[in-house]
Design a protein around this ligand. Structure first.
Ligand code: ATP
Length: 724
């Protein structure tokens, strides 16, 4: 027993909550016309997710809600709850009891709940389809719908049979898989389109990245070379600076020493220059000249006096000279002699000239006497004495002059040596100064080279980046020659040009873009592979499902046919009936221009369908259209029961399916109902006493003046009464 209970609240004529228990194989619902019996069948349709309002005799959701009566106000919502016993797990959900509720509100909004939790309609449909409670409602045969299966087209009939055979679950799967396949194929097309779209950009980016990688490789190799070059340059600059600085220090020291020596030598020379010996020589030689002149004068005087004396003595012999006068002159001369000592030679000469003039006048005037001669002799002796003294003085002065000259010569020799030494020192100083200026200009040149080095470093840094500064940590085996460095510099200049051409500007952006684009491409490739494999497995699944469906359908039809023929023969006391698989041609409309009328023609395509072939004993009935109403009812009941017995639904609702049956057929119907109730629970709505008699529970539905359906459990006899 699967169906446990049905609670109807506010649904159609069931204004108040009304419950039906279904814990017996057959439940019969009876009651007068219009009391609301069919509303019960519709409540079951409704709660199982029926979307066609028409099949529930309404136009919109609102029509399902209790509409009110003069004594009872209308409801805002209609709710139907169906409760299943799921201890056998006929519903694929892990609950022993499953309640499904559907609520519709006046605004047409529907709510679905499963065991109190909100769910989607789809979830309910899937769950039910798995238990052969399909959407086409083959298990709910509404009033007058029994021969629906007979009047349906071959195609519709096929669908109804598929549903009854429980193939809907496969079909859902098939449809879903086909939808998924279409979606997958669509996604594949989109992914392929996307890949085609990004491919040129990706190729472009790849080329850019290759260029960048080349540039990066160039940069990396240039970096090593630049670092070595700069290290060599730095070593060169440092060692050169060190060597120049130490040379400068040495040279400056040397210069200091030499300069000091030069100063000393100059000082010494200056001292020599101040020597007074030259003046002394001049003075001594002047004095010597004077002494020599005086001596010669004294000699001449003595000689002259000798001559005078001689003359006078001869005169005396010839004449006499007053002696007193001469004596007086001599005395005067002698007195003057003392004062002459301090006189100069010129003054002495003048004096002597005057003396002689006076003497000559005296002698001329008078005769000389012998006293005058004596005086002259004395004067002559004195002159001789003076000459002798002067000779000694001359000798002394000459010797002193010789000494001074010898000293002066010696001093001059010494000075020349000093001058030579000074000259040598000055020359050495010049050399040192020259060397110093050479070193200074070397240092200036080196600072220019240092500036050039800084400039080159900055330039390389701009091209290669900060890593260039790592040159300081470079280790070099041996110092490179300047020629090698110059050659390297020329090569690096070429490298710089190549680096500039390779460009480094938007490198990071391009790499990022390429990374993103190739990740996207890889993602798309992967996605496409996934989609391809999904598509392949979906195709497999579809093929399997189609095969399964086809096999199950064929087997199902065969099984139904066996049952159908049996039941048909039972109903008609013989005869045969069978479902026949046919291919229905698809027809399409043709519109003829200018003409109002339309015609149809076969498209050449076919769809699979199911036809019914039958033969009734003693009648030449070959087609369904030839059957009477009762015969149609019997045929459809036989088919419905055959379908239900082959793949029994958990429950079956039959709404006055027995309406057209005569008494003997009602019995047969009753037998079939009973037989079927062993496989499916049955809820039969009937006016037929025979049918009622087979039910375990009888519900009587009545409707009072308030238009509200009421339900009560009744006994058979009451039921027969209620049904009238
Ligand atoms: P019969 O034996 O003639 O087939 P029945 O017992 O099956 O009759 P139903 O067709 O189930 O009767 O019930 C029809 C009744 O339900 C009508 O009286 C109708 O007015 C009432 N009904 C239908 N929809 C609503 C609604 N939304 N609100 C109130 N009453 C409604």
């Amino acid at each position: 027993m699967h169906l446990v209970r049905l609670d109807i609240t506010g649904f159609k004529s069931f204004a108040k909550k009304t419950s039906f228990d279904f814990n017996v194989p057959i439940v019969s619902i009876v009651g007068p016309n219009g009391s609301g019996k069919s509303n019960v069948a519709e409540a079951i349709r409704f709660v199982l997710g029926e979307q066609s309002m028409k099949s529930m005799r309404g136009k919109r959701g609102e029509d399902m809600i209790w509409n009110g009566s003069p004594t009872s106000p209308r409801a805002n919502r209609a709710s139907v709850v169906i409760v299943f016993d799921n201890s056998s797990r006929f519903l694929n959900i892990d609950f022993d009891e499953v309640s499904i509720e559907r609520v519709v509100h006046r605004d047409g909004v529907n709510e679905y709940k499963m065991n109190g939790s909100s769910v989607r309609l789809k979830d309910i449909m899937e769950l039910l389809a798995g238990a052969n409670i399909g959407a086409t409602g083959h298990h709910i045969i509404s009033q007058g719908e029994a021969d629906k299966i007979l009047s349906a087209s071959v195609r519709e009939r096929r669908e109804m049979l598929e549903d009854a055979l429980g193939l809907k679950a496969y079909q859902y799967k098939l449809e879903e898989s086909t939808r998924k396949l279409e979606k997958t194929d669509e996604n594949m097309r989109q992914v392929e389109a996307l890949r085609r779209e990004i491919a040129p950009h990706l190729r472009f980016l790849k080329r850019q990245v290759e260029k960048l990688e080349k540039a990066e490789a160039l940069r990396a190799s240039a970096l090593i070379r630049f670092r070595t070059y700069f290290k060599q340059e730095e070593v060169y600059l440092e060692t050169s600076k060190h060597s120049i600085d130490s040379s400068l220090t040495t040279l400056n020291k040397e210069l200091d020493t030499i300069s000091q020596k030069v100063a000393e030598a100059k000082h010494s020379l200056a001292d020599s220059a101040e020597d007074k010996r030259g003046t002394v020589i001049f003075e001594v030689s002047s004095a010597l000249d004077t002494v020599r002149r005086e001596r010669a004068e004294a000699l001449r005087k003595a000689s002259r006096l000798d001559g005078t004396i001689e003359g006078m003595e001869r005169t005396i012999k010839s004449a006499s000279v007053p002696s007193q006068e001469i004596t007086k002159l001599v005395e005067e001369g002698e007195q003057s002699m003392q004062s002459l000592e301090s006189k100069s030679v010129a003054e002495i000469i003048t004096y002597i000239k005057e003396f002689f003039a006076r003497f000559r006048a005296l002698s001329a005037d008078s005769a000389h006497d012998s006293s005058d001669i004596t005086a002259l002799k004395a004067e002559r002796d004195e002159a001789r004495e003076s000459e002798k003294a002067l000779a000694i003085k001359e000798t002394e002065l000459a010797s002193s002059l010789d000494n001074i000259r010898a000293e002066l010569d010696a001093a001059r020799d010494n000075e020349r040596d000093k001058e030579r030494a000074l000259f040598e020192l000055a020359s050495a100083e010049r050399d040192v100064r020259h060397n110093l200026s050479m070193k200074q200009s070397e240092r200036e040149r080196l600072s220019l080279e240092r500036a050039e080095f800084e400039r080159e470093l900055e330039e390389a840094g701009m091209l290669i980046g900060r890593e260039i500064l790592g040159y300081q940590a470079e280790h070099i085996e041996e110092k490179a020659s300047r020629e090698h460095q110059s050659a390297e510099k020329r090569e690096l200049e070429k490298t710089k040009i190549r680096l500039e051409e390779a460009g480094t500007g938007a490198g990071a952006d391009t790499l990022k873009e390429y990374k993103d684009a190739s990740e996207r491409e890889a993602f798309l490739e992967h996605e496409l592979a996934d989609l391809q494999s999904a598509s392949a497995s979906l195709k497999d699944l579809i093929q399997n499902l189609e095969q399964e469906l086809s096999v199950r359908f064929k087997d199902g039809i065969d099984a139904i046919n066996a049952e159908f023929t049996k039941l048909f023969a039972m109903m008609f006391d013989g005869g045969t009936a069978a479902l026949v698989r046919v291919a229905e041609p698809v027809r399409r409309r043709i519109e003829t221009p200018g003409e109002e009328s339309e015609s149809e023609e076969e498209s050449g395509e076919t769809v699979p369908g199911i036809d019914i072939s039958l033969s009734i004993p003693r009648k030449r009935v070959k087609s369904l259209v030839m059957l009477s109403g009762g015969e149609r009812a019997l045929t459809s009941i036989a088919l419905i029961f055959a379908m239900s017995s082959v793949n029994p639904p958990p429950f079956l609702v039959l709404d006055e399916t027995d309406a057209a049956l005569d008494e003997s057929n009602s019995r047969r119907y009753g037998d079939m109902v009973e037989a079927l109730s062993k496989k499916s629970q049955l809820a039969v709505i009937t006016h037929n006493r025979e049918t009622m008699s087979r039910a375990g529970i009888l519900y009587g539905v009545t409707m009072g003046n308030d238009g509200v359906s009421k339900v009560l459990s009744v006994k058979l006899e009451e039921a027969v009464k209620v049904a009238k």
